[in-house]
Write a protein that binds this ligand. Structure first.
Ligand code: HEM
Length: 352
């Protein structure tokens, strides 16, 4: 199916039963603004403007500070019938971090990341199958005996429902993963990902491979990761002091309170792929010992409203190119379509 067509099908599917005007996934979020300062080595790996310590002739001759807009989000959608309506911050869920770098010439480039290192499926068509199978099913609560039986069968016992939770996507996702090996890593990681104490205490992965172009023309396949400088930390529901977090939203207020006291920081790490690493399939991990280069530091200091903004993973800039990953290609269209449907501010891109 051509990309725009499958993108339309995916967006229509994800939007079914959603709340009009909200994103069909990553529906609950909050914005923040701040600056990105490239590291001294970033410019020797990539010629993109935001990785240059100093800008070319004609720009101010001082270390570059790039202004950024970030939207943090919970991965769940706005479907009203799956128990996900409302931001269930304390529930286990993937989180998102969409970053827009505002470049010196007035253009922009986006980096969209989530707290899972790999994606669920290798192609848009298989993602549609996965999304259909992973529709939330009524919650099945296991008795202590069933949990014991699971353990004897070397199967993970099902978690108990959170207060108010009536359905969950994990059963369908697990069934899909049983039949499709490529989904297993992401599905198992997603099922046990937990909830962060703060949006700025999670690690976010841009998942796909991009090619970065160095000043000497070298083209490297890379994967980007935002690493929180304060470290990643989840809530611990065994701690009685934290148990109320499953019944009330806390992540947005936590960010407001935190940034009112001082900035939050992330390092942008760039993992360099080697021969044999898969560049076009984001279900496939790379070996963990691949070289990682520190590309710069993001400092966030102000909460802003950016719910109407539209990010796009293919809003790239000179020096950063897409890989042949078919999921990355379809996202260009899916995000534009979704933005039109929800009445978002079109991304600069859609004027092409
Ligand atoms: C075929 C695969 C995918 C489809 C169809 C898809 C679809 C969507 C759609 C329709 C939106 C809402 C866009 C809007 O209304 O502005 C969205 C948002 C988002 N997606 Fe995906 N997505 C896919 C894969 C991914 C992957 C691989 C990642 C991680 C890198 C990701 C991370 C996000 C994030 C963080 C947001 C929220 C962006 C924001 O804050 O505006 N998605 N996705």
């Amino acid at each position: 199916m051509p990309e725009p067509d499958i993108a339309d099908t995916l967006v229509a599917f994800l939007n079914a039963d959603g709340i009009p005007g909200k994103r069909p996934v990553h529906a609950w979020g909050i914005g923040a603004s701040g600056v990105f300062v490239p590291s001294p080595v970033a410019g020797s790996f990539c010629i993109a403007d935001h990785f240059q310590e100093k800008l070319p002739e004609g720009y101010p001759k001082k270390p570059q500070v790039v202004s950024v807009t970030v939207r943090f989000s919970n991965g769940s959608g706005s479907r009203q019938n799956d128990g996900a309506a409302g931001p269930h911050d304390g529930w286990s869920d993937v989180r998102g971090m969409a970053t827009r770098f505002h470049l010196g010439d007035g253009s922009a480039t986006d980096l969209i990341a989530m707290s899972l290192p790999e994606f669920f499926t290798p192609t848009p068509e298989t993602f549609l199958d996965f999304a259909r199978d992973a529709l939330p099913r009524p919650f099945r609560r296991e008795t202590p005996w069933q949990k014991l039986r699971d353990m004897l069968h070397l199967t993970l016992p099902l978690p108990d429902p959170y207060p108010g939770q009536v359905s969950r996507p994990d059963d369908g996702a697990m069934d899909y993963a049983d039949r499709n090996r490529s989904a297993q890593l992401a599905v198992f990681q997603a099922a046990s990902i937990g909830a962060p104490v703060s949006y700025v205490r999670a690690t976010y992965h841009a998942v796909h491979t991009f090619f970065v172009i160095a000043p000497d023309g070298t083209r490297r396949g890379v994967r980007f990761i935002w690493q929180p400088i304060a470290g990643a930390l989840n809530i611990d529901l065994r701690d009685p002091a934290q148990q109320d977090k499953v019944t009330r939203p806390y992540l947005q207020q936590e960010l407001r309170d935190r940034l009112a006291k001082g900035p939050a920081r992330f390092s942008l790490m760039m993992m360099i792929g080697e021969t044999g690493d898969d560049f076009d399939d984001s279900t496939r991990p790379w070996p963990p010992h691949r070289v990682r280069v520190m590309m710069g530091t993001l400092t966030l200091d102000t909460v802003i409203d950016c719910e109407h903004l539209s990010f796009n993973p293919l809003l790239l800039t000179r020096g950063i190119e897409p890989s042949g990953d078919p999921i990355l290609a379809v996202r260009e269209w899916a995000y534009q379509k979704s933005s039109q449907v929800r009445g978002g501010v079109p991304c600069p891109f859609s004027q092409r």
